[in-house]
Design a binder for this molecule. Structure first.
Ligand code: IYR
Length: 301
């Protein structure tokens, strides 16, 4: 019995070209799922165990887990239960506030960077950042994101050329409307995107408008923008926590990323993240954040 196109299996196997144009019999597909369970990222036992359970669960597949309602029975295959206790650490109020203040000051020190060092960044840092993004809440827990990471110089070169071609149209070809050009003028940006080749990693977040399921059906996803946006925020936060820098880069239109990364038509490029350490002489625009009074309004006043 055939279960889906090769495109889908490539998705499950994390880019294996071997299965690109094949239809796989169900037996092979099951092995693929088990393999994913076996290959789970090594960031603590907890993650490994949960990835394995999800991969085998009949209620959902790798990256596509559908939560069951409390009234529904646990999964017959892995006994993944419908509900579980949630008991986060209950902090004394002062301790919670102290942690919050420390976290705020940590995040307030983050800046978007365009001047990167070429110093290597271990693959595990990318795995940690994507695993953090993967904790994001999402519409119907559909987790409609794919993060594709490359450290391949040839791929980074192709991305730079394509991004600069689009940006030349934006900056020099008059594609950016005047008001937009004025809004970004203080940032001093241009069509030069040489940092795309300096950085050790480029990570692109793709949004899944729909997800191809193992049985070949197409599942429509809900609140895709909100979900992927939150995941990207967590990704940036994790990078910053590891002392790494990035930039939320959108060299629009970004269709070239679909071709370069061979993504299925169910996805669209969402944000391109160059990832690395800031250059030793890194400078950033001297921005001021708007005051809390402009960001937070208490109602009624
Ligand atoms: N994508 C272009 C232009 C640009 C757009 C915005 I909105 C910015 O905040 C900065 C730049 C570029 O990356 O240069």
């Amino acid at each position: 019995m055939l279960v889906g196109r090769g495109e889908h299996c490539r998705h499950l196997l994390g880019g294996s070209r071997k299965h690109d144009r094949e239809w796989l019999p169900r037996r092979r597909a099951s092995r693929a799922i088990a393999l994913i369970g076996g290959q789970s990222i090594r960031i603590g036992d907890d993650v490994i165990i949960r990835e394995r359970a999800t991969a085998r669960c009949e209620n959902g597949i790798f990256g596509c887990h559908i939560p069951t309602l409390p009234s529904q029975a646990p999964c017959r295959l892995c006994q993944h239960s419908a509900v579980t206790r949630y008991e986060p650490e209950r902090l004394p109020i002062d301790e919670g506030l102290a942690r919050g203040r420390r976290f705020l000051s940590h995040m307030d020190a983050r800046r978007s960077v365009r001047m990167f060092s070429d110093a290597p960044v271990p693959a595990e840092a990318i795995e940690i950042a994507v695993a953090t993004a993967n904790t994001a809440p999402s519409g119907a827990h559909q987790q409609p994101w794919t993060f594709v990471a490359t450290e391949d110089p040839e791929t980074k070169h192709r991305i730079r050329l394509a991004a600069e071609a689009e940006e030349r149209e934006n900056y020099e070809g008059g594609r950016l409307p005047d008001a937009w050009r004025q809004a970004i003028a203080p940032l001093g940006t241009s069509a030069d995107k040489s940092y795309l080749e300096t950085v050790p990693w480029i990570v692109v977040a793709f949004a899944q408008k729909s997800t191809l399921m193992l049985d070949g059906s197409l599942r429509k996803n809900y609140y895709v923008n909100e979900s992927v946006g939150i995941a990207c925020g967590l990704f940036i936060t994790a990078l910053h926590t590891m002392g790494l820098a990035t930039l939320t880069h959108t060299p629009n239109p970004m269709g070239f990323l679909m071709d370069i990364f061979e993504r299925p038509q169910t996805e669209r490029p969402y944000i391109l993240f160059p990832v690395g350490y800031p250059a030793d002489d890194c400078e950033v625009p001297d921005l001021i954040r708007k005051p809390l009074a402009s960001a937070l309004i208490r109602f009624p006043t």
